[in-house]
Structure formats: structure tokens, C-alpha cells
Design a protein around this ligand. Structure first.
Ligand code: ZN
Length: 146
């Protein structure tokens, strides 16, 4: 049997031995947020640890045969499902953001055939301005024309 007790300092509320908090007048159950419960002091919403309220109302400790609050379990299961979904979404996003390994196409100097360092288009640094191998549009890429 669930036992309800008025919470000292919060006389408009009572708490069950299993940690459910409700308004005495309306029997409205206060919303649970993880280990806390949302309370209303008349002007502000306060999040108070259920353990603290339990200790106030049941100074001798919780009733040994107290069963877990089914509301809290439902809340917890739903929250776990939500978080699992969130993690799956984040994993998928992270996976999508990973830069695809782009095969950098190797380029070779048209004059000596050496592999070109990054940033060189047709000729190696040595032959960059040699004119050998013929000029092409590529040689003027990024050039500033005065
Ligand atoms: Zn070269």
C-alpha cells in the first residue's frame, strides 16, 4: 500500500513513499524531471530533488517494501528511448560529415614527367616558367593580368 505524507515546508503537497509528489487539493501529480520534481512555490517553478523531499516526509527512511513509482519508470523508459534516438541521429550526422576520402589525382610535369607537388598544375617547380612543353590555358590559371 502506498503511503502519502504531507511534505514539511511544502504543506500544499504530499509525497508517496515511492517518491511521487502531488498537490493535496487537486491530486495533480507534479512533473518529474529525472531525479527532481517540478514544484511551484506560488511565484517560481523550482526543481527539487525527490530524495530530499522523501527524507523530509519520511525521516525514518523509505518504507522498505516501497515499489518504484510507475510514473517515474515510464518517464525513465521514454527518456532512454528519446536519448537512444538522439544518439543514433548524432552518429548518423557525424558519419555523414566525415570527409569522403577523395582520391587526389596525381599529376606529372609535362616537361620531366616528375610527380607534381600539391599546387602545381602542369609543370614541376623547376620547369614552371621554362616554356618547355608548350603553354596552355592551365599555365595562366590564377595569373594576375596587368
Ligand atoms: Zn619538371
Amino acid at each position: 500500500m502506498v503511503e502519502w505524507r504531507t511534505i514539511p515546508g511544502w504543506e500544499a503537497y504530499e509525497i508517496s513513499s515511492s517518491g511521487t509528489v502531488r498537490r493535496i487539493a487537486t491530486r495533480y501529480r507534479m512533473r518529474r524531471c529525472g531525479p527532481s520534481v517540478r514544484m511551484w512555490d506560488g511565484a517560481h517553478a523550482l526543481y527539487l530533488p525527490v530524495a530530499e523531499l522523501l527524507a523530509k516526509a519520511f525521516p525514518g527512511g523509505r518504507t522498505p517494501d516501497a515499489i518504484p513509482d510507475p510514473d517515474a519508470l515510464v518517464w525513465l523508459r521514454r527518456r532512454v528511448a528519446e536519448l537512444e534516438e538522439e544518439v543514433a541521429t548524432l552518429r548518423a550526422t557525424a558519419q555523414a560529415k566525415k570527409p569522403a576520402k577523395t582520391e587526389q589525382k596525381k599529376r606529372y610535369c609535362v616537361v620531366c614527367g616528375r610527380e607534381l607537388p600539391p599546387g602545381y598544375w602542369r609543370r614541376c617547380p623547376e620547369h614552371a616558367y621554362s616554356g618547355e612543353g608548350g603553354l596552355s590555358e592551365d599555365d595562366f590559371r590564377g595569373a594576375v593580368i596587368h
